[in-house]
Design a protein around this ligand. Structure first.
Ligand code: FRU
Length: 487
C-alpha cells in the first residue's frame, strides 16, 4: 500500500472513530438530560421513597451488576431515562461507601444503536482474574439475544465501553439445543474456574421446561466460553421461564435464586462443577410481595448482600420503581434462607420510642402516634394458638387509609399477602417493619420470611395501633425508630 493510501485510510478511520465517539456522547447526553428534566417532578412526589435506593428520576427495574470495588459499593440497574414506564433499557449507575448514601454516576450502558442493539438487558459485574471489573449483560436487537461484556474506561468506573469482542456468547454455543428467552448472565467463581448461569426455557414458554444454563470460561480468560448444559430445571410444570438466575455460595451450600415471572424463589443444594449440575434439597420464596429479579454481591467482609426490585407503582409521577434495602443472606439451622437488613441501616435511626412490654388481652389496643414518613419498628411477641397480633398503620394518602399486618401462630398477613410460617418450636416471634412513604418492607421472624408491599400514594403514617385478637398476645418489646433519610 502506498504511504498516501495508508494516510488516507488512517484519517478515514480516525474520522469514523470521532463520529462514533460523538454518537456515544450524544446518546449519553440525551439520556442524562431526560433524567435531569424529570427529576424535579419526581422529587416533589410526597409518596416517593427516601431511603430505599432509586434513580434521580424515571423508570427502573432490576438491580444489575452490584460489585464492591476500591472502597465503593457500585449498583447498576435497568433504567429507562426517557419515561416512567419500561422501555429503552439502559444501565443506570450509583455508588456508595456505606450502603445508604448513594452518589448517582453517569448512565453506564446504553443501547449501541450503531451495532444494532436496542436494549441493554440485565446482567452482572465481576472482577476478572487480573482484578479488573467487567460487566456481562444481554444485548437485545433485531436478532437473537446475545451475551455482551463491557469494560471500565476509568478506575472510578464512571465510563464504560463495550467489549471489542462482542458478542462473547451467541446461541450457536448451544448447538442443536434451542434456548428461548436466553438472558440475564450471572458470572461466579468456583475454585479457579469462572462460570456463568443464564436463564431461559426449552419449549417457548409452554411450561415445565424453565431452565438455568451453565457456561464455563476458558482458563484465565472471560472471553471464551463453552456451554456445559442445563444445570437446573424448574420442578414445577407451570413454571414457563426463568429470568435473572443468581447462584451463590453460603457456607458449604449453594443457593440458586430464580425469577420465574411470579414470586422469586430460592433453591438450596449442592453444585457439582464436574458434572455441571445443581442438586437441590430445600426451596422457599425470597419475598412474597411486590419484588422481583434480585441481584447481589459479596463484600470485603465476606457478607453476601442482595437487592430486589420493588415494582407495582403507578406511572405518571416521573419515577417508577426502587430497590429493597440491602439484605444480608445466611442459612438458618434448618438450612433455609434468612435475610436481614444490612446493619449499616441502623445508623439512620433517631431516638426510639419504646412501648412498654405487656400482655395485651383479647381486644386490647395500644395506640402510638407516629406523624412520620420514614420509620422502622420492631415488635417481639408470643401468641397462643388462638391469639393474633394486629398492627394497624394509619396512612395519609390523598385521603386517609390504613394498612394491617396480622400475625398468627402459623402465618402473617401483610396487607393482602399471606405468608405461611413454618410451624416452629420458637415461642417468640418478631416483625421488623420498614416504612418509607409508599414502600413497606417486612422481615418476619428475624428474616425467615420477607414481604415487600407498595402502598400507592402513601405519604406518611399518622399512628400505629397494636392489638390482640382472639386471645392474649404477650408483646415483649415494641420499639419505633424515626429514620433519618440520607440526603
Ligand atoms: C426481569 C427482566 C429480565 C430482563 C430485564 C429487562 O425483570 O425481564 O429478564 O433482562 O428485565 O429489563
Amino acid at each position: 500500500m502506498s504511504p498516501i493510501v495508508a494516510i488516507v485510510l488512517l484519517l478515514a478511520a480516525n474520522e469514523a472513530q470521532a463520529d462514533l465517539n460523538d454518537a456515544r456522547q450524544s446518546a449519553l447526553d440525551r439520556a442524562m438530560k431526560a433524567v435531569a428534566q424529570a427529576a424535579t417532578m419526581a422529587a416533589a412526589d410526597p409518596a416517593r421513597p427516601r431511603y430505599h435506593f432509586l434513580p434521580p428520576a424515571q423508570w427502573m427495574n432490576d438491580p444489575n451488576g452490584p460489585i464492591y470495588y476500591k472502597g465503593y459499593y457500585h449498583l447498576f440497574y435497568q433504567h429507562n431515562p426517557y419515561g416512567d414506564v419500561w422501555n429503552h433499557m439502559h444501565w443506570g449507575h450509583a455508588r456508595s461507601k456505606d450502603l445508604f448514601h448513594w452518589e448517582h454516576l453517569p448512565i453506564a450502558l446504553w443501547p449501541s444503536k450503531e451495532l444494532g442493539e436496542n436494549h441493554c438487558f440485565s446482567g452482572c459485574a465481576i472482577l476478572t482474574p487480573s482484578g479488573a471489573p467487567r460487566i456481562f449483560y444481554t444485548s437485545i436487537g433485531q436478532r437473537l439475544p446475545e451475551q455482551w461484556a463491557a469494560v471500565p474506561v476509568d478506575d472510578d468506573l464512571r465510563v464504560w465501553s463495550k467489549h471489542p469482542k462482542n458478542p462473547l456468547l451467541t446461541e450457536q454455543l448451544h448447538g442443536s439445543v434451542k434456548i428461548h428467552d436466553w438472558r440475564d448472565p450471572y458470572v461466579f467463581q468456583e475454585a479457579d474456574s469462572y462460570y456463568m448461569v443464564a436463564g431461559g426455557n426449552l419449549n417457548e414458554h409452554k411450561g415445565g421446561e424453565a431452565v438455568v444454563n451453565l457456561y464455563q470460561a476458558a482458563k484465565g480468560d472471560l472471553e471464551t466460553w463453552t456451554y456445559r448444559g442445563v444445570m437446573f430445571k424448574h420442578p414445577d410444570k407451570n413454571a414457563a421461564n426463568i429470568e435473572c438466575p443468581n447462584f451463590l455460595r453460603l457456607g458449604d451450600k449453594w443457593v440458586l435464586i430464580v425469577s420465574p415471572h411470579r414470586s422469586v424463589e430460592y433453591f438450596i443444594g449442592d453444585f457439582d462443577p464436574v458434572a455441571g449440575l445443581f442438586t437441590w434439597k430445600r426451596r422457599g420464596i425470597v419475598d412474597y410481595g411486590s419484588y422481583y429479579a434480585p441481584n447481589g454481591l459479596i463484600d470485603p467482609d465476606g457478607r453476601q448482600l442482595l437487592w430486589g426490585w420493588i415494582n407495582g407503582f403507578k406511572p405518571g409521577k416521573s419515577w417508577n420503581g426502587c430497590l429493597t434495602l440491602p439484605r444480608a443472606l445466611s442459612l438458618n439451622a434448618g438450612g433455609m434462607l434468612v435475610q436481614e437488613p444490612a446493619v449499616e441501616l441502623q445508623s439512620l435511626r433517631r431516638d426510639p420510642v419504646d412501648i412498654d412490654a405487656k400482655v395485651l388481652h383479647d381486644g386490647e389496643t395500644i395506640s402510638t402516634p407516629l406523624g412520620k414518613a420514614e420509620l422502622e419498628f420492631m415488635c417481639s411477641f408470643k401468641c397462643g394458638a388462638a391469639g393474633s397480633l394486629r398492627l394497624r398503620l394509619d396512612c395519609r394518602t390523598e385521603s386517609e387509609s390504613n394498612f394491617d399486618i396480622v400475625a398468627t401462630a402459623d402465618n402473617v398477613l401483610v396487607g393482602d399477602t399471606r405468608v405461611p410460617i413454618a410451624a416452629s418450636d420458637k415461642p417468640e416471634r418478631s416483625l421488623r417493619v420498614y416504612l418509607d412513604h409508599s414502600v413497606v418492607e417486612v422481615f418476619v421472624d428475624g428474616g425467615e420470611a420477607c414481604v415487600t408491599k407498595v402502598l400507592e400514594g402513601c405519604r406518611d403514617y399518622t399512628a400505629m395501633h397494636t392489638s390482640a385478637e382472639g386471645g392474649d398476645v404477650d408483646v415483649s418489646s415494641l420499639t419505633v425508630w424515626p429514620l433519618q433519610a440520607p440526603l
